[in-house]
Write a protein that binds this ligand. Structure first.
Ligand code: GRF
Length: 206
């Protein structure tokens, strides 16, 4: 059975969507490890409730970023993880880690990349920027992870209308639902090797 590692930083609602999709047979793989880079991430509880090995690896315990990422990489390899899913993960991966999993790491971002993404654009900040700019459409994106921040080739996107009375909270809630739809779909394609990458383009061989 293909093995997936999921990296989280927070509540893990995207992780839960993956767990549910695996349970329903929509992802032909197993989640064999969950790692959080933040203490007390509720996603760790979600993993433990399902008997999935889970641990927290904190950046501040290491001398530098590369040492922290190496610890994450070693844990993933110790669990024979073949594919990595970033599900609300806030740390930037080191080049070494990305290169260890070429075109086998995906990330979900709560906007239509290349809008409102990159350094500093995460969580509610994304939706605040969307409202401040006054765009009429936002959405969610799942993309392959390369060595940049939110710059890898795009796998799936889906639009979400911005409503006149939207708040950060109301918009975040609607976008999160789309994330929960797209991430399991993209993960299923990834583990079945149905993603062919041609430069910036991802061809889905479904
Ligand atoms: C959310 O802001 C989501 O948009 C982004 O990560 C954050 C936490 O998601 N992808 P989760 O509930 O921890 O999966």
């Amino acid at each position: 059975m293909k093995k997936i590692g999921v990296l989280i930083s927070g509540s893990g609602s995207n992780l839960q969507a993956l767990i549910d999709a695996v349970d329903k047979g929509r992802i032909p793989a197993e989640i064999s490890l969950v790692i959080s880079d933040r203490p007390n991430a509720y996603g760790i509880e979600r993993a433990k409730n399902k008997g999935i090995p889970a641990c927290t690896i904190l950046r501040k315990k290491f001398d530098d970023y590369n040492a922290f990422n190496l610890a994450v990489l070693e844990k993933l390899m110790a669990h024979k993880v073949e594919y990595i899913v970033l599900a609300g993960y806030l740390s930037i991966l080191s080049s070494e880690l990305v290169r260890a999993y070429p075109n086998k790491i995906i990330n979900v971002h709560p906007s239509l990349i290349p809008a409102f993404c990159g350094m500093g654009y995460y969580g509610k900040r994304v939706h605040q920027a969307v409202l401040d700019y006054g765009v009429k459409v936002t959405g969610a994106t799942v993309h392959l992870v390369d060595e940049g921040a939110d710059t890898g080739p795009i796998i799936l996107q889906k639009a979400v209308d911005v409503l006149p009375d939207d708040t950060v909270e109301s918009l975040a809630e609607r976008v999160l639902k789309v994330e929960h739809e797209l991430l399991p779909k993209a993960t299923a394609l990834l583990v079945q090797d149905k993603l062919k990458v041609l430069g910036r383009k991802v061809i889905i061989m479904d």
